[in-house]
Design a protein around this ligand. Structure first.
Ligand code: GLA
Length: 756
């Protein structure tokens, strides 16, 4: 619900449990008053700090002090506010002062789309939108702030339209999408970010915000392995299930900045948007720039509730694919099974073996095109290697379908190898800076997706190779970060636009693929999980989470990813051991139990990489995925115990929204000597109901621990154990919990509870 009180100059945005308030100063500056728990009574402008430095301030001797302390809703630089700005505009003389004051406001049902960009959506009954237009009368610049309010999910989305109403060009060197200008908590505030590297993406990190700026950012041209376009703001001692938490995610797949600035007066300004480093956008007279969307939510019950808001919101209002609510076919991908060493016969053997064990889809990864027998060449040459695959994709896809499986294929359309026919014919299609030695990564360069003819050249080749084939799934990969790049099209001094234009080009290409194949199950990927962001989820319902498939490393990766993104979006596979990334051995059952928390699949050669005993488990694991998929994909996700908190084990729970069932996964990372069994407490159940323990995978009635025995006085061995009952009360499960023993290294259990 949105209300605008013209007399008081107050805008009030209510969701079911939160309120967001803004107010106007006497000079027409728009300030932030409050974001938090839903208010029962209308508020005033008292929290705008106006009594300290009165407004009207514009003609007073303290105009700068006013500007430098006012809690701006959309701060601009150059005129007096020395804190971090959201908007910087350069005029024809090079000045960059900007002062935005209120012009008009409008409330509309529903939510307008953002041109060329992924964005959340909803009908009039789901969402309404407030448009506040501010103006700078010297620059003739109009700035419209968009706030879309989704009451049910307790989410408010933000974006910004900047229009040049002057007769001459302006240059935008910073256009962020959202700002939250709040008072700091007396007990301090912490920033939670998802940080990592290739093969260890999105580990949770929490640090206290000190004076000055603390950032999460990417300047890699993609959202990156290193940091994720998400910031969590934790007030005081807020934690998993307690305290006030704000979450902001960016619906964008390129450079981003999420920054917190603690000012001299202990106010906290949080901003999010396209990273301003290297960004410069020429806005011609009459043109509008659209800043991508930020999704904001607030919880007064810790991180768990924040996670539920994001999961519910992304599922209901961002992911468009019909597969969102469908069981995905359990796939086998040949990458770690064969790497580049395959031909049609070998693939068909792999597929037959997989089919015999209950696997439902075969995915051919890198190596099917040009002369790509290693990763040094052929990106850009999207025609089939007929030596490997006589008859092309069509014949292979038919043969796979004849086996009774669906068929999927890998592509990497954004890249070009210097050793490729495309590069030899069009070297200018690669983004390079004239006179510099190009910065290669994995021996590849980046295609200039800012240019339509380049996008067309690649997409039309792919379309030709796919023609007539039965393609059920595509994995779209992107295997390097963007640096040292230049576009032949923007050599007139506008290279500052190319990183954003690249992302716009990428979105257009993915939309074209979806239009070509409306029933496609589409998965994004970027060297593992370098582009796991909400922008990508608008196009694909799932994203490859990490190239690291080790069950233990995945615990941290999946915990961090699931803090924001639904489990149904996390690509997760069972792979071989010793693990290809860390060399670790883990039980086959544990690899499957961990992969079950995502889009379940396999990535190995079943004839070489598993024992007969392990292979025999596969049909059961496939069935288990289908049995529990509704809980994992549609339920509420709870973190029960985190290995990050120095416990030797990790546990999470997926619970039906109505509390009728729950699936608990427990993984012991390291076994310990001399331990007692311990209680794992469940969450989100009906306290007054009785729950039946319907299945306990890997567990016996009395759960004996690994060789975990003690010597009694009589020198007898007494195994220590946890007791499992057949029935529990809901409040018993949530308060006392179930007793589980310490297991051996890497051992795991699944417990399925059903309400009687
Ligand atoms: C990336 C992906 C892998 C695989 C390879 C193929 O690293 O993350 O899953 O597809 O590329 O080259």
């Amino acid at each position: 619900m949105i209300a605008y009180d013209k007399e008081k100059g107050i805008f009030q945005l209510d969701t079911d449990h939160t309120t967001y308030l803004m107010g106007l100063s006497a000079d027409g500056f728009l300030g932030h008053i409050y974001y938090g728990k839903r208010l029962l009574h209308p508020a005033g402008t008292a929290s705008l700090h106006l009594h300290e430095v009165p407004s009207p301030a514009v003609l007073s001797r303290e105009k700068m002090t006013f500007l430098n302390t006012f809690p701006f809703e959309y701060p601009t630089g150059g005129a007096g506010d020395l804190r971090q700005a959201c908007l910087t505009v350069t005029d024809e003389e090079g000045n960059n002062a900007c002062e935005l004051t209120f012009d008009r406001a409008q409330i509309v049902d529903g939510k307008p789309a953002l041109e060329g960009l992924p964005a959340s959506f909803g009908e009039a009954q789901d969402v309404s939108t407030l448009k506040i237009t501010l103006k700078d009368h010297v620059l003739d610049l109009s700035v419209t702030l968009l706030y879309s309010v989704f009451p049910r999910e307790d989410v408010i989305t933000r974006s910004v339209l900047v229009t040049n109403e002057a007769g001459q060009e302006r240059t935008l060197t910073r256009v962020l999408s959202a700002c939250l200008d709040m008072d700091n908590d007396p007990e301090g505030t912490s920033l939670l970010t998802l940080d990592g590297a290739w093969a260890r993406e999105r580990h949770i990190e929490v640090r206290k915000i000190g004076h000055g700026r603390t950032d999460a950012a990417s300047v890699a041209g993609e959202s990156s392995h290193q940091e994720n376009p998400f910031v969590g703001i934790l007030k005081g001692d807020a934690s998993q299930d307690h305290g006030e938490v704000y979450g902001l995610t960016f619906v964008y797949s390129g450079n981003f900045l999420g920054s917190c600035e603690l000012s001299q007066y202990d106010t906290l300004r949080v901003v999010m948007g396209i990273h301003p480093d290297g960004f410069a956008w020429t806005l011609k007279s009459g043109e509008t720039f659209t800043a991508p969307e930020v999704v904001m939510t607030y919880s007064d019950a810790g991180l768990t509730e924040m996670t539920h808001h994001f999961h519910d919101f992304f599922r209901a209002h961002l992911i468009r694919s019909r597969y969102l609510h469908e069981d995905r076919p359990v796939l086998i991908n040949n990458w770690e099974g064969t790497y580049f060493d395959f031909d049609r016969d070998r693939l068909l053997l792999l597929a037959k073996e997989a089919k015999a064990n209950g696997i439902e889809m075969f995915v051919m990864d890198d190596g099917w095109f040009g002369v790509r027998n290693d990763d040094d060449r052929s990106l850009g040459d999207w025609y089939v290697n007929e030596t490997k695959l006589p008859g092309g994709i069509k014949a292979l896809s038919e043969a796979i379908h004849d086996i009774g499986m669906k068929f999927g294929i890998w592509i990497e359309p954004e890249m070009i190898s210097p050793d490729s026919d495309l590069y030899r014919a069009h070297p200018d299609y690669a983004m390079q800076i004239p006179g510099r030695i190009p910065a290669l990564a994995r021996d590849q360069l980046v295609l200039d997706l800012t240019r339509k003819e380049v996008r067309d050249a690649v997409m039309s080749q792919i379309e030709a190779s796919f023609k007539g084939a039965q393609i059920d799934y595509v994995k779209w990969d992107m295997n390097r970060q963007l640096s040292g790049i230049g576009s032949a099209l923007y050599g007139d001094g506008r290279q500052g636009e190319i990183l954003h234009r690249y992302v716009l080009g990428l979105y257009e290409m993915q939309q074209r693929l979806l239009d070509d194949f409306p029933d496609l199950l589409f998965e994004n990927c970027s060297s593992g999980g370098a582009r796991f962001d909400a922008g990508m989820l608008y196009y694909s319902p799932q994203i490859w989470t990490s190239d690291d498939t080790d069950a233990i490393e995945r615990l941290r990766i999946q915990e961090g990813t699931a803090l924001v993104y639904p489990l149904s979006t996390m690509g997760a596979h069972v792979s071989r051991c010793p693990n290809e990334q860390v060399g670790r051995n883990t039980p086959f059952e544990t690899r499957a139990n961990v992969a079950l928390a995502g889009t379940f699949g396999y990535e190995l050669d079943l004839s070489r990489h598993v024992t007969p005993e392990e292979k025999a488990l596969i049909p059961e694991q496939v069935k288990r995925y289908h049995k529990y998929h509704h809980l994992i994909a549609e339920g509420d996700y709870y973190r029960l115990v985190s290995w990050n908190d120095r416990t030797p084990y990790d546990a999470w729970e997926c619970t039906a929204k109505d509390g009728s069932e729950a699936l608990v996964t427990l993984v012991q990372v390291l076994g310990r000597p001399n331990t007692h069994s311990h209680a794992i407490r469940l969450k989100g159940l009906d306290p007054s109901a009785t729950y039946r323990l319907e299945e306990a995978v890997g567990a016996t009635g009395r759960e004996y621990a690994r060789e975990q025995s003690i010597w009694t006085r009589e020198n007898r061995i007494e195994p220590r154990c946890g007791e499992l009952k057949k029935e529990y009360f809901g409040d018993e499960l949530m308060n006392i919990g179930i007793l589980v023993p310490d297991l051996g290294d890497g051992q795991s259990r699944l417990y399925h509870f059903v309400k009687e």
